[in-house]
Design a binder for this molecule. Sequence first.
Ligand SMILES: Nc1ncnc2c1ncn2[C@@H]1O[C@H](COP(=O)(O)OP(=O)(O)O)[C@@H](O)[C@H]1O
Ligand SMILES: [Mg+2]
Length: 336
Amino acid sequence: MIGVDLGTTTVRIHVKGKGVVLREPAVIAVLRGTTDIKAVGEEAYRMLGRTPGNITAVRPMADGVIADYTLTEKMLKAFIHKVLTGPARFLRPTIMVCIPSGITEVEKRAVVQAVHEIGARKALLIEEPVAGAIGAGIDIAEPIGSMLVDIGGGTTDVAMISMGGIVVSTSLRIAGNVFDRDIMAYVKAKHNLLIGDRTAEEIKRTIGGALVLPADQVVTMEVRGRDLIDGLPKTVEVTSEDVVAALRASLDKVANAVRQVLEQSPPELVSDVIERGIVLTGGGAQLRGLDVYLQRITNIPVAIAPDPEDCVVIGTSRALDMAHLLQDARTRYDRV
Ligand SMILES: Nc1ncnc2c1ncn2[C@@H]1O[C@H](COP(=O)(O)OP(=O)(O)O)[C@@H](O)[C@H]1O
Ligand SMILES: [Mg+2]
């Protein structure tokens, strides 16, 4: 039994009894104009922005939607093939895939189709917040409200869950990638400096945060880029306060989405959440101070799931044992 988290930035695969066996960037490189694979994952990631004319390296789901359906399918197949080596390939495993919530019905079927073509006995789908809740150790079968906020690369998903299903949810295309772009725009405006998205991500991970630190704890980082005025390389100092300012508008939108789901949820479930707290999952959950920031805005305790990045894939794999408890997507796409 295999759980696959088809994330917008990272694909993760968990095999029962073995743990997380694959974590690779959701990137594929092909010969331009064809679907002939040159590389996937880590290897393709290193090619991003560095390919010669005849090769393209792309993130087929970067914005939380499947931009290129054929390439997504190829990438998914290549990753599953990587982990299914030797006799395991012939055992016809049951595969549960966690999909970004923005994808359409047609795209969901495409994912199921791809998994079947690999030789899976059964292909099941699960939605990200439900998988995240299971991975965080929440007993989702109970008639008790749980609120999950997953901040990935392409999307932020906010969901109220009860009895194995989503009661109210929303998905916004503001997540890690947009935070990186916010940082690029800020550095450009403040220092006239052009930086790449990998540099921006590094700034976010190293000194980024949702809240301003006390003055004596402000941290700084040297950042290299290209001066917009003379076109030459230049190094500037970026502070943790700069990053907080850069992310403010996007984080406010995330907070608004959380508030909106709370407003639309039945009061009994909201009361459960007030008692039990909101749970954060996804790589973005690690942004410093995000828990405190959301807590201040909602007046509800906020906790970061243990192991927030692997939480979804662990939950996806675990969900295979509880398929009978899950509502929605599962049964509709199950082509046994
Ligand atoms: N320490 C950190 N602080 C802030 N953001 C982080 C940190 N670590 C990872 N991220 C961000 O998390 C995002 C990836 O999260 P992930 O849950 O793997 O995404 P997805 O499920 O969409 O593939 C990226 O945008 C990455 O920059
Ligand atoms: Mg994810």
